[in-house]
Ligand binder design. Structure first.
Ligand SMILES: C[S@@+](CC[C@H](N)C(=O)[O-])C[C@H]1O[C@@H](n2cnc3c(N)ncnc32)[C@H](O)[C@@H]1O
Length: 186
């Protein structure tokens, strides 16, 4: 599996209003995200899901949107202002080696991003302390880049880092799973 980071201008190809026909954020996330939650969108890109998360958590909630690329975050900030949700959305630029996060969150989304990370085990290790045990991590990976074997390898790496799969969700053109920190994990 190649670990190429999506160049930011390419994000306009899939992050556009028509995408809702394929990826309805409320359908994908609605069972896991509720008003008042603090949620993390890791590898948020231009924020197709961050903006939807901001609507789902409502005025009392917080969305932390993290990406490597400053250009993605700049577009997201402008979109958040236009959508009237900038008050509950924080952006954070991570480095390739380190997410640089300490916040505790109630839910994590990693949509079409894990395959871009060279050290997936380290990513799962870094996410673990951010999410208390009842919280969910939803991973979706694009079928075009991630074979069933690659996705299973990702789930196995997550399991080695103390995550267990507790569900799956249907996401078009994607392989997806819902994970939790294992109750037996230290
Ligand atoms: C294909 S885009 C998907 C964006 C968004 N999740 C979506 O579904 O529209 C993948 C994003 O993950 C980001 N990314 C890749 N590796 C990352 C890392 N190690 N830490 C944070 N973001 C990363 C890229 O910069 C890119 O914006």
């Amino acid at each position: 599996m190649k670990h190429l980071v999506c160049p930011w201008p390419l994000a306009y190809l899939f992050d556009n209003p028509l995408r809702r026909l394929l990826h309805n954020p409320e359908k994908i996330l609605g069972a896991y995200v509720h008003p008042g939650m603090t949620v993390l969108d890791v590898g948020c890109g231009m924020g197709f899901f961050s903006l939807a998360l901001a609507r789902l958590v409502g005025k009392e909630g917080v969305v932390i949107s993290v990406d490597l690329q400053q250009e993605m975050l700049q577009v997201l900030k402008k979109r958040a202002i236009r959508a009237g949700v900038a008050d509950r959305l924080q952006t954070h630029q991570s480095s390739p080696e380190d997410l640089g996060l300490t916040a505790r969150v109630d839910f994590i989304l990693a949509f079409w991003m894990v395959h871009e990370v060279p050290d997936r085990a380290k990513l799962f290790r870094q996410l673990k302390p951010l999410l208390p045990k009842p919280g969910h991590l939803l991973i979706a990976e694009p079928k075009i880049h991630v074979s069933a074997e690659d996705f299973q390898e990702t789930l196995d790496l997550a399991a080695d880092e103390g995550w267990c799969q507790v569900g799956s969700v249907r996401v078009r053109f994607s392989r997806a799973a819902v994970l939790r920190v294992s109750p037996y994990s230290l």
